[in-house]
Ligand binder design. Structure first.
Ligand code: AMP
Length: 114
């Protein structure tokens, strides 16, 4: 199977603006931001969609949310507010088959989402 764009970023084969990295995940700036702050928190383990999660992934998913929380504070959107989103498959708008958590903020979000 071909590597996803995120696997290539994790493997440092293509560049990205890295906001945070440790042994199990990486956080980068989205290349096509939909808000003044738009980060992606990506586990280094390739899990294609949320449907493919198993109980052993509980820790990494929890950590992704904590990293999003920490980045929101660092990027100074924690008080104004932000949104975190996992898209899943076609109707969910997922375009990269490697789970990732979007962190978006810096403007007022609409609800319901488009
Ligand atoms: P999704 O549609 O939920 O799968 O989100 C994929 C996201 O990855 C989109 O917001 C894209 O803008 C973003 N993206 C695609 N390629 C890159 C890249 N090379 N660097 C950073 N973000 C990217």
């Amino acid at each position: 199977m071909n590597k996803t764009i995120f696997q290539q970023i994790i493997d440092k084969e293509i560049p990205a603006t890295i906001l945070y990295e440790d042994e199990s995940l990486i956080a980068i700036e989205d290349i096509n931001p939909v808000a003044p702050v738009h980060a992606l928190i990506i586990p280094k383990k390739c899990i294609e969609t949320l449907n493919d999660l198993n109980p052993a992934d509980t820790d990494i998913v929890g950590k992704m949310i904590l990293v999003a929380r920490n980045l929101a504070k660092e990027l100074k959107i924690d008080q104004s507010g932000y949104r975190t989103v996992f898209n899943c498959n076609s109707d969910g708008g997922q375009t990269v088959s490697h789970i990732h958590l979007h962190l978006v903020g810096g403007r007022k979000m609409n609800w319901p989402p488009g």
